[in-house]
Write a protein that binds this ligand. Structure first.
Ligand SMILES: [Zn+2]
Ligand SMILES: [Zn+2]
Length: 376
């Protein structure tokens, strides 16, 4: 297993708290890898950047960001190398930062005119990984619901592979997700309905969009649980035995396409492009947050908006809460449809599938729904 080899190569039995050189080493290696990846994208922008994102990049800012990540990797690597007996983490970060610099660093020019076409979303993977890590990792480290759970808990690498698998083919998945909804709306769309919704204040439109999307997601999600052949895809998402923000990205491609593609159908009928874009941004953050290992809560708000503890009960392997809590934004939707389970103040004891063995690796899980179920 690659994960065990990585853990053994980089890890040691020293303490990992603040001031031990552990976090500076981890961050140095992380920044080093990001910087190296970003410079490679600058060298091959046609192949490695998403055509959808390219026109929106403020390039001066992106170059400053790459520069900052290179400097960060070197400084944190130095700190780690001074503080920690095992220097591999810090040296790895510095080595990647050095390689990124030797390859031209943040100032690599883009000379070719870029055109539309198939591309790999390495830019999107690196940027979203950095963004999500910056938003969610600090709150998980500082205020965890499960303090004993490490950032590098078992199967962390598998979830990074899933994160990679949903970001690199962004070009193909965007087309697949948009295709059914846009075709349907082109045939059945009603301009009057859309402009009626569009005349509402922006905030009202946005709230309505979250509500419509959550109602759609509730029923799609519930179907994924209750229709046996659909469950075989969704079971992958439920195979995580511990939750944190990146565990949320573990999903079979078919599961991901179904939820996002079907949810868009009512959205495209009712809302403008800007509202839908705002919603997509919101759902990325809220759905990821629902998986975090983050303990604090605002008690009076819990019945109205989903906090991590609510979705964690959706992921438990404990019998009392199986097939409960399907909503992703509003818990009261589950109350409305009789699938609400939210015992006060408690977190689940165990996570994962209830008596359903599934393969361990990415490819095994990808092919799992298509394999014949063994007779009991
Ligand atoms: Zn589920
Ligand atoms: Zn989930």
């Amino acid at each position: 297993m690659l994960e065990q080899k990585l853990n053994a190569f980089f890890g040691d039995d020293q303490p990992t708290g603040f001031g031990t050189g552990w976090w500076s080493g981890v961050l140095s290696a992380f920044f080093g890898l990001l910087a190296f990846g970003a410079v490679v994208v600058l060298h091959f922008p046609q192949l490695l950047s998403s055509p959808e994102l390219r026109p929106h990049y403020p390039m001066d800012l992106m170059r400053q960001l790459i520069q900052a990540v290179i400097v960060g990797a070197i400084l944190l690597g130095l700190v780690s190398a001074v503080l920690r007996r095992k220097k591999v983490l810090g040296f790895t970060g510095m080595l990647f930062a050095l390689a990124a610099t030797l390859l031209g660093g943040a100032s690599v020019e883009i000379n070719e005119p870029l055109h539309d076409g198939m591309a790999i979303g390495l830019d999107w993977f690196l940027l979203d990984l950095l963004l999500m890590t910056l938003i969610f990792s600090p709150i998980e480290v500082l205020w965890p619901a499960y303090p004993k759970q490490s950032v590098f808990r078992p199967e962390w690498l598998l979830d990074v592979v899933y994160f990679l698998s949903t970001h690199l083919p962004i070009r193909i998945t965007t087309i697949l997700i948009l295709l059914p909804a846009t075709q349907l709306v082109a045939v059945l769309g009603n301009a009057g309905l859309q402009s009626a919704v569009g005349s509402l204040p922006w905030l009202a439109q946005f709230f309505l969009a979250v509500l419509v999307a959550d109602l759609a997601e509730y029923w799609i999600h519930r179907a994924l649980h209750e229709v046996p052949w659909l469950w075989r895809f969704h079971a992958i998402h439920h195979s995580s035995k511990a939750l944190d923000w990146i565990a949320g990205s573990r999903a079979h491609l078919v599961d991901d396409l179904l939820i996002r593609g079907l949810m868009l159908i009512p959205m495209l009928f009712l809302f403008s492009q800007s509202i839908i874009t705002a919603y997509l941004l919101f759902v990325t953050i809220h759905a990821t947050w629902a998986h975090t290992n983050f303990g604090p809560t605002i008690k009076w708000l819990e019945p109205f908006v989903i906090f991590p503890r609510f979705h964690h009960w959706h992921h438990t392997s404990q019998k009392e809460s199986i097939d409960k809590n399907f909503a992703i934004h509003f818990p009261w939707i589950d109350k409305l449809f009789g699938t609400y389970y939210y015992p006060e103040g408690r977190w689940p004891d165990t996570y994962g599938l209830h008596e359903e063995p599934i393969p361990a690796g990415f490819w095994g899980q990808t092919f799992y729904p298509f394999t014949r179920r063994k007779a009991a």
